[in-house]
Design a protein around this ligand. Sequence first.
Ligand code: 3PG
Length: 211
Amino acid sequence: MEHNVVAPLPWMKSPVLPVATISDVAHAVPLARALSSGGISVIEVVLRTPCSLQAIERIRSEVPDITVGAGTLVTPRDVDEAVAAGAQFLVSPGATPEVRGSMTESGLPALPGAATVTELMSLIDHGYEHAKLFPAESSGGISYIRALGSVVPHIKLCPTGGIDQANAPSYLNEPNVMCVGGSWLIPDRAALDGRWEQVSALAAQAAALAR
Ligand code: 3PG
């Protein structure tokens, strides 16, 4: 058994795991505070921008109300850098043995990604009970999640990719869905214009979703 799930798991804190692409490090703290004031206490900062690691560091040190994780970890080096930046949990869009191994070695809660039954079976073999299902909408959406649930019901999913406030409730209704991930809470325009109250309002709507 490679992976021991330890409670409380960060992604279980909210029905929605906000996925944040931060292009200006000055946005990191106000963004995390806006989510927190809307009632969401977790954020996944994706390593897709030059300032993402610095953004994780800032959120970790300046917004203690938020549990900050790192996402889009596609190499073991990404994992090491995320850990060094202070990430409190790790998310990957897929799960190579190398990335999975690095995530396990870190000892942090890890949410590896999968898109197929075989990939989920491999995660189950390695002791995982939770996985990110990516890309959710383009892989087949709700009907795909149901088909997965009929064969691997014991692995709980965080579908991500193409989810928004409108379709999130249908996903959250599925018994094999524990939460959903998405970037819709953080519109690019709102961040660029510093309209943090808009992010708080979207966070409040997301936090109120039932699961
Ligand atoms: C991710 O990294 O999880 C996805 O890019 C988020 O997908 P979305 O932007 O469609 O929510």
